[in-house]
Ligand binder design. Structure first.
Ligand SMILES: Cc1cc2nc3c(=O)[nH]c(=O)nc-3n(C[C@H](O)[C@H](O)[C@H](O)COP(=O)(O)O)c2cc1C
Length: 332
C-alpha cells in the first residue's frame, strides 16, 4: 500500500490512509471482495445492504469482508426509504451491523433522522450522502458524522437540481463545518487534489471503479467501460422526478421517451427499470437492457486493473497536481 499523502478529518475519523471513499454500488455490485480490496488499498468502501436481502447471506458478506481485511474497519451502504415499514426492516439490518462490528455507514435516500438513534446505539459512524448542499445542512443539524455531497455527474442518483461537483464542493465547504466528502465525476488524482483544495476532506468515486478486477461484473461490460469516452451517460426517469444517471442503452432510451411525453405513472416505466434486467446485464455482459448506473467519469477508466493499481494511479496523479501547483504559485 502507498504511503500516506494527505491527512484529513476523514482519514482520521475512519482510520484510513487515503482520502478516497468508494461509494456503495447496487444491486450487490459492491460486495465483500470489492469492499475489502478498497479497504486494503487504504480507502473506505461500502457493501450495499439492499443487495443482500437474505439476512444470512448479508451476515456472511460482512464476515467475509472482516476476514479479508484482517479486522480493519469497513462500511455498509444503507438506503433509507421514507416509508415507516422500510425503517423497521432497516433496524433489523442495523442490529446485524452492530453484532458484526461494522465501522461506518453510507446512508442515502431519505433523511436519516428516524434511523439515526439506532445507528448511534450501534456505534456506527454515519456518512450521509445527498445531492445538494441544502440537504447536507439538514443532515449536519441532525448530528451525522460527515456528509457526502454528490454533483450532477454522479452515476446513480444525482438529484433533481443538476448542480455540478465543481459548484457543490466550494459551496458545501462554505456551509458545512463537519467533515465533508465530494463525489460525482471524480476519477483522477488531479480532481482529488482540487477537491481537497476546495475544502473537502475526501472524494467519493463510483463509476471510475467499475473496471476494478475485484468486481464480479462481466468482463465484456468492463471492456465497454474501458472503450467509453463518457458521452454514453444519460439522466432518465425525470418524468418520475427520480433522476437516474445510467448507460444510454435500449432501456434508457425507452425511459427517456416516456420522460419526454411527461409520463408519471410508474407502471409504464416498470418493464424497463426492473432490477432483474440490471443484474442480468452485469452477469452476462449484454448491457443493452436494464438501468445500469453509469457516470461520465468512466472516461478515466482506461484498463481493467486491481483497486490497488487504480488507487496508485490516482495518488500519483494527485502528487503531480500538487507539484504543478507549486510551480505555478508565485511567491509574494
Ligand atoms: C453501478 C453503480 C451502482 C450504484 N448503486 C448505488 C446504490 O445502490 N446506493 C447508493 O447510495 N449509491 C449508488 N451508486 C452511487 C455511488 O455510490 C456514488 O455515489 C457515485 O457513483 C459517485 O459518482 P461517480 O459515479 O461519478 O463516481 C451507484 C453507482 C454506480 C456507478
Amino acid at each position: 500500500m502507498r504511503s500516506q499523502l494527505f491527512k484529513t478529518r476523514i482519514t482520521e475519523m475512519l482510520g484510513i490512509r487515503h482520502p478516497i471513499l468508494c461509494g456503495g454500488m447496487g444491486p450487490g455490485v459492491s460486495d465483500a471482495n470489492y469492499v475489502a480490496a478498497v479497504v486494503n488499498a487504504g480507502g473506505m468502501g461500502f457493501i450495499v445492504a439492499a443487495g443482500f436481502p437474505d439476512p444470512h447471506v448479508f451476515r456472511e458478506q460482512l464476515r467475509k469482508c472482516r476476514e479479508l481485511t484482517s479486522g480493519k474497519g469497513f462500511g455498509v451502504n444503507l438506503y433509507i426509504s421514507a416509508q415507516a415499514e422500510a425503517t423497521q426492516r432497516l433496524q433489523e439490518h442495523v442490529k446485524v451491523l452492530a453484532e458484526e462490528r461494522v465501522l461506518c455507514v453510507e446512508t442515502s435516500g431519505a433523511s436519516p433522522e428516524d434511523i439515526l438513534p439506532a445507528l448511534r446505539d450501534a456505534g456506527l459512524k454515519v456518512l450521509h450522502k445527498v445531492p445538494a448542499v441544502r440537504y447536507a445542512r439538514s443532515a449536519a443539524r441532525l448530528g451525522v458524522d460527515a456528509v457526502i455531497v454528490v454533483g450532477n455527474d454522479s452515476g446513480g442518483h444525482p438529484g433533481t437540481y443538476g448542480i455540478s461537483s465543481m459548484v457543490q464542493a466550494p459551496h458545501a465547504a462554505n456551509e458545512i463545518s463537519i467533515p465533508l466528502v465530494i463525489g460525482g465525476g471524480i476519477g483522477t488524482g488531479r480532481q482529488l487534489a482540487a477537491t481537497l483544495m476546495m475544502g473537502a476532506d475526501a472524494v467519493l468515486m463510483g463509476s471510475r471503479m467499475l473496471v476494478a478486477e475485484e468486481l464480479w461484473i462481466h468482463p465484456q461490460y468492463k471492456d465497454l467501460l474501458v472503450q467509453s469516452d463518457g458521452t454514453d451517460s444519460v439522466v432518465v426517469k425525470t418524468g418520475l422526478r427520480q433522476h437516474h444517471r445510467v448507460l444510454n442503452n435500449e432501456s434508457a432510451k425507452a425511459v427517456a421517451a416516456l420522460d419526454a411525453i411527461g409520463v408519471s405513472d410508474f407502471e409504464r416505466y416498470r418493464p424497463h427499470v426492473m432490477g432483474t434486467l440490471t443484474t442480468q446485464a452485469y452477469l452476462t455482459g449484454d448491457s443493452s437492457l436494464g438501468m445500469l448506473d453509469y457516470g461520465p467519469s468512466v472516461v478515466f477508466a482506461n484498463a481493467v486493473q486491481s483497486v490497488e493499481v487504480i488507487f496508485d494511479e490516482v495518488l500519483d496523479d494527485a502528487q503531480r497536481a500538487m507539484q504543478r501547483m507549486d510551480l505555478l504559485h508565485c511567491e509574494v
